[in-house]
Design a binder for this molecule. Structure first.
Ligand SMILES: Cc1ncc(COP(=O)(O)O)c(C=O)c1O
Length: 429
């Protein structure tokens, strides 16, 4: 046992004594990351990994990118948060309005959870109705509303929503409706039936790793527009990732409002609600009066450190060839993953888009949350663990590709996919 592994073990022991379940709520207590640089991370045991977690998405340009680091260091020396307006947050809002089709106004918050919570409330304030329709398995943060029918193990009847956490008031069930993703006919029927009670429809344009079926987002757009119901795209993951114009640019469907997070904070806590001026007006008492006003305050909202990190990231992503490179990286990794698993004899369905995808151990097709339950999650988990042993770091459910991954990272990972797949097959014999 070398010294660094003692350090790692000691940290794990300390974590278990002070953190519930020994962790931050995100990853297993046994994973303690010390540093990251571009496409790689190092753990406290000194192991090096090609990183496909990328901080759960924010580090699209890579860890400690020199331009982001320089911008942040410069700002830190000038003060880290003021609560009042600052020029960097204004510039970031301008960049979002320029890039994102639905964005006429922007309100910053600190997390995607907050952004989604406020986006749903904005829909209620605008429509003066209570119900929100979401799609089963759709992730919209950790609020009471977001946690309805997020990952039910025993799915119920549509459109009844069920809480996926202890501690959620019973009353929340009455305010959420749930529909299967990619099932436009059911969505249209529900929206028609509940048109007088619905404030909004919230959807991830690509739900987790499930791309929208042809016509699905277009159909949602048409029926919500028909009844004046607010269409919310949760672009916390897809924003500035599927394209510089987000999922709405990539799939060519513009919602009324969207939420953004992850990439726009450049690795710092920053998220946003962006959308139509007349809906965002409910954040402006002077525009809508006392009755329609929706107060929204946050200590760190739009803080200048996060704003400069986000601006630097967007500058890098806007350069010609950036998305081509991320997609090219992703296509090579996708092909390597699929080949490795299939050659080892597994039946898999690789789902997602080249910027984020993963193998599901099922013949597919995988079009909605219930289809994902047919995949063997145990195999996916074990494959992820075996990959870790070959210097590839990812979550159990996703490979996030970054601009910083280079040819060496990709070659290493493709070889690791093949070796881990062979080991997994050997374990099953
Ligand atoms: C689609 C989506 N929405 C919202 C969130 C919540 O964002 P945060 O973790 O910043 O609260 C996430 C987080 O992964 C997400 O994937």
């Amino acid at each position: 046992m070398d010294q660094l592994s003692e350090v790692g073990r000691d940290l794990e022991t300390r974590a278990r004594s002070v953190l519930p379940a020994g962790g931050l709520g995100n990853m297993a207590a046994t994973t303690v990351i010390r540093s990251g640089r571009l496409g790689r991370v190092w753990d406290e045991d000194g192991n090096e990994y090609v990183d496909f977690l990328i901080g759960s998405g924010p580090m699209l340009v890579g860890h400690a990118h020199p331009e982001v680091t320089e911008a942040v260091q410069e700002q830190v020396a000038r003060g880290t948060t003021f609560f009042a307006n600052n020029a960097h947050a204004i510039a970031l809002a301008e960049a979002i309005v320029e890039a994102v089709p639905c964005a006429e106004k922007v309100r910053f918050v600190s997390t995607g959870t907050e952004a989604d919570l406020y986006a749903m409330r904005l829909a209620r304030a605008f429509r003066r109705r209570d119900k929100i329709l979401k799609f089963e398995g759709g992730y919209h943060g950790m609020s009471d509303y977001g946690l309805m029918s997020l990952w039910p193990q025993r799915p119920g009847n549509f459109p009844q929503a069920a809480p996926d956490s202890a501690g959620i008031p019973r009353s929340v069930r009455d305010d959420m409706l749930v529909c299967p993703y990619n099932d436009l006919a059911t969505a249209e029927t529900l929206i028609h039936e509940y048109q007088d009670e619905l404030a909004g429809v919230i959807v991830e344009p690509m739900q987790r790793l499930l791309p929208p079926a042809p016509g699905f987002l277009e159909g949602l757009r048409a029926i919500t527009a028909k009844y004046g119901i607010v269409l919310i795209f949760d672009e916390v993951v897809t924003g500035f990732r599927l394209s510089y114009a987000g999922g709405q640019g990539f799939y060519g469907v513009t919602p009324d409002i969207c939420t953004l997070g992850k990439v726009i904070g450049g690795g710092f806590p920053l998220a946003a609600i962006a959308g139509r001026d007349d809906i965002m007006a409910h954040l402006d008492r002077a525009r809508v009066g006392e009755d329609g006003f929706m107060p929204q305050i946050g200590t760190l909202s739009g803080n200048p450190v996060a704003a400069v990190a986000g601006l630097a990231s967007l500058r890098i992503l806007k350069r010609p060839g950036a998305y081509e490179r991320i997609f090219d990286n992703g296509r090579r990794l996708w092909a390597g993953l699929e080949a490795g698993l299939k050659e080892a004899g597994f039946t898999v369905c690789i789902s997602g888009e080249p910027v984020m995808f993963d193998a599901m151990f099922t013949a597919g097709p995988v079009r909605n949350y219930r289809d994902t339950l047919a995949a063997d999650a145990g195999l996916a988990k074990r494959f992820t663990t075996l990959l870790r042993g070959h210097g590839v770091f990812k979550s159990e459910s996703k490979i996030y590709v970054s601009l910083a991954h280079d040819d060496a990272d990709i070659a290493h990972s493709v070889a690791a996919f093949a070796r881990a797949a062979e080991e997994l097959a050997a374990e099953m014999r």
